[in-house]
Design a protein around this ligand. Structure first.
Ligand code: MSP
Length: 522
C-alpha cells in the first residue's frame, strides 16, 4: 500500500568520451535497487539517469576520431550507454542527454535568471584546468608527475598534466553562499552522506569558497551563454542542471513541483560538485536544495580506483555474459558496503556466486518447489498446527521485512541484504532439521509434512518479493514457479510476508546454474 511518499533518485550523468566500465555500472545498480525498492513499496518513484555530452574532453575525443562531437555522442549513447542499461537490468524512468533540447533551452533559462538577479559577473580567470576532471584546479590539488611526466605537476586523479588557462570568463558569485551552505550542512546532517564525505566537504567549505568560472571562450562545444554567444557554459554548470531540466524545470512547472527535490547518488569523487556548487546554484535561483547527496566509494582493482584511462577498466558484460545480470547486481550490492571503497576480484565474485546465490538461495528455491511437486503433487498445502519452529520463521519474515526496509531508508543496501539472508539461512536450516523427505515416507506424518511445506513455500515467497529489487530476473522466474499472483514488482514490499499465491507450484530450472569457466579471470 502506498504511503504516498515521493522518491526522485538520480545517478550522475556519464561522460560519453568512452564506453562504460563496472564502476559506472555499480552506480547504476545501486540507484536502481533503491528505485525498485521504493517503487515496489508504492512510493511515487522517478529514476533518472543519462549522459554528459559537452565539454573539452568529449570534443577532443571526437576530433581524435575524426567525427563531430554530436556524432560521437550519438554513437556512444546508442552503442554503449543505452545498451548498458539492458545489460544490468536498469529500470530508469527517463534518460537525459545534455544535448537534448529540453535541457539546453532550460540551462539558458536558468543562467539568464541568475544573470538578471545579479549573481553573474565578468572576470579574468588564470589558473590550472584538468580536462580529465573538467575541473579548475588549485595548486594544492596537484602532485609531482612520474614516468613520462617526471618533473611536471599533474592532476592527482588522472596523473596527467593540467593546462594553464588564461581567459575572460563569466563568474558565479558562489562565495556569497558559504554561510548558507554551512548552515545547511549543520541543520540537516543527513544532507551529505556518508559521514566521511560529509566531514571532508564541511572542512572544504569552512576554508571559504571562491567564485566559480562558469563559461569558456576557447572552444564552442557547449550550450551558448544566452546573452553572449561567444561563450559556452562550463560543462559542470551545464551537467548539474540535468537533474531539474529532466524534471520539468522551465517546461512543466507542475511536474517539477511534484518531483523536486531529488536524492543524488554519486561517486565520492564528484560529491563536492553536488554538495557545494549545486546547492549554491539552486539557492541563487530560489529553488529547493537536493534532498540528499550520497557519495559512494570506489571500485578498486589491484588497490587502485578502477578506470579506463589507467587501463584497469572491466566492461560490465565481461561479468554478465558468464554470471548473468542478477549475479552482477547481487555481488556488488552485497560484497561492498555502500559508501566505502571495495575491491573487485573474479575469485570473490565466483565464490560468492556459488556459496550465496547457487547454494544458498537458488538451491533453497529449487528444493522447495521440487518437494511440493514430489510429495504433494504440486499443490501448496495449508499449514496445520504450528510449532515454535514455524512461529519463529513467520516472526522472522516480519522482522526481516522491517529491518531491510529501514536499511534501504538509510541507503544501507548491504545491511538490507544481510537481514534478508537470515531468512535464507534459517529456511535452509529448518529444512535440514525437519527432514520432509522422511516425513513423506510415513502417511501418519502427512499433516506435519504439509505444515513444513506450507512454511517453506511461504518463506521462499517472502524472499522472492524482498529480493526482487536486487535480482529481478531470478525472482520473476521463482514467482511464476511459486504460483505468485500478478507481477512480482507490484507486490507491496513492506508487506512482503502477506504475499498471495494461486496454490500450485510449477517446475523451476536452476536459478543460478553452475559456472564452469570464468571469462576474463586472471
Ligand atoms: N559527467 C560527470 C558527472 C556529472 S553529474 C552532473 C562524471 N562522469 S563520469 O563518467 O566520469 O562518471 C561518474 C560516476 O561514475 C562517478 O561519480 C561514479 O559514480 C562512477 N564511477 C566511475 N568510476 C568508478 C569507480 N572506479 N568506482 C565506483 N564508481 C565509479 O563524473
Amino acid at each position: 500500500m502506498s504511503d504516498g511518499s515521493s522518491f526522485y533518485i538520480t545517478t550522475p550523468i556519464f561522460y560519453v568520451n568512452d564506453v562504460p566500465h563496472i564502476g559506472h555500472a555499480y552506480t547504476e545498480v545501486a540507484s536502481d535497487v533503491l528505485a525498485r525498492w521504493h517503487r515496489q513499496a508504492g512510493d511515487d518513484t522517478w529514476f533518472l539517469t543519462g549522459t554528459d555530452e559537452h565539454g573539452q574532453k568529449i570534443l577532443r575525443t571526437a576530433t581524435a576520431n575524426g567525427v563531430s562531437p554530436k556524432e560521437w555522442a550519438d554513437r556512444l549513447v546508442a552503442t554503449a550507454w543505452q545498451p548498458l542499461l539492458a545489460t544490468i537490468d536498469i529500470s530508469n524512468d527517463d534518460f537525459i542527454r545534455t544535448t537534448d533540447e529540453r535541457h539546453e533551452k532550460n540551462v539558458q533559462l536558468f543562467l539568464q535568471r541568475l544573470f538578471d538577479a545579479g549573481y553573474i559577473y565578468t572576470g579574468d580567470y588564470e589558473g590550472f584546468y584538468c580536462v580529465g576532471c573538467e575541473e579548475y584546479k588549485q595548486p594544492t590539488d596537484l602532485v609531482d608527475g612520474t614516468g613520462q611526466y617526471e618533473g611536471v605537476q599533474v592532476c592527482a586523479i588522472h596523473s596527467k598534466p593540467v593546462e594553464l588557462l588564461q581567459e575572460r570568463n563569466y563568474f558565479f558569485r558562489m562565495s556569497d553562499f558559504t554561510d548558507r551552505l554551512l548552515d545547511l550542512y549543520e541543520s540537516n546532517p543527513e544532507f551529505i552522506q556518508p559521514e566521511s564525505v560529509r566531514n571532508e566537504i564541511v572542512a572544504f567549505v569552512r576554508r571559504g569558497l571562491n567564485d566559480l568560472s562558469i563559461s569558456r571562450q576557447s572552444f564552442d562545444w557547449g550550450i551558448k551563454v544566452p546573452w553572449d554567444d561567444t561563450h559556452v557554459v562550463y560543462v559542470w554548470f551545464d551537467a548539474l542542471l540535468n537533474y531539474i531540466t529532466a524534471a520539468g524545470y522551465g517546461s512543466d512547472d507542475a511536474r517539477f513541483e511534484e518531483l523536486w527535490p531529488a536524492t543524488h547518488i554519486v561517486g565520492k569523487d564528484i560529491a563536492r560538485f553536488h554538495a557545494v556548487i549545486w546547492p549554491a546554484m539552486l539557492m541563487a535561483a530560489g529553488l529547493a536544495v537536493p534532498k540528499q547527496v550520497f557519495g559512494h566509494g570506489w571500485l578498486l582493482v589491484g588497490g587502485e580506483k578502477m578506470s579506463k584511462s589507467k587501463l584497469t577498466g572491466i566492461a560490465p558484460n565481461q561479468i554478465t555474459d558468464t554470471f548473468g545480470s542478477d549475479a552482477f547486481r547481487y555481488y556488488f550490492m552485497s560484497a561492498i558496503t555502500f559508501g566505502q571503497d571495495g575491491s573487485f576480484s573474479w575469485e570473490d565474485l565466483s565464490a560468492r556466486y556459488q556459496a550465496e546465490l547457487a547454494n544458498g538461495f537458488g538451491n533453497l528455491a529449487s528444493r522447495v518447489i521440487a518437494m511440493v511437486i514430489k510429495y504433494v503433487d504440486g499443490r501448496v498445502p495449508d499449514a496445520g498446527t504450528l510449532t515454535d519452529a514455524e512461529e519463529g520463521l513467520r516472526a522472522l519474515e516480519r522482522t526481516v521485512v522491517a529491518e531491510a526496509d529501514a536499511a534501504i531508508e538509510r541507503l544501507a543496501i548491504q545491511d538490507a541484504l544481510t537481514s534478508i539472508w537470515q531468512l535464507v539461512d534459517q529456511l535452509n536450516g529448518y529444512i535440514t532439521v525437519q527432514e520432509p523427505w522422511k516425513l513423506s515416507k510415513n502417511p501418519e506424518d502427512r499433516a506435519r509434512l504439509e505444515t513444513v511445506l506450507a512454511t517453506v513455500v511461504h518463506g521462499v515467497g517472502t524472499l522472492a518479493v524482498l529480493l526482487s529489487p536486487v535480482i529481478p530476473e531470478a525472482t520473476t522466474k521463482l514467482w511464476q514457479a511459486l504460483g505468485g499472483v500478478g507481477d512480482i514488482a507490484d507486490v507491496p514490499i513492506r508487506q512482503a510476508y502477506d504475499w498471495q499465491g494461486v496454490g500450485r507450484v510449477e517446475a523451476l530450472a536452476p536459478l543460478f546454474p553452475r559456472v564452469e569457466t570464468i571469462e576474463g579471470a586472471a
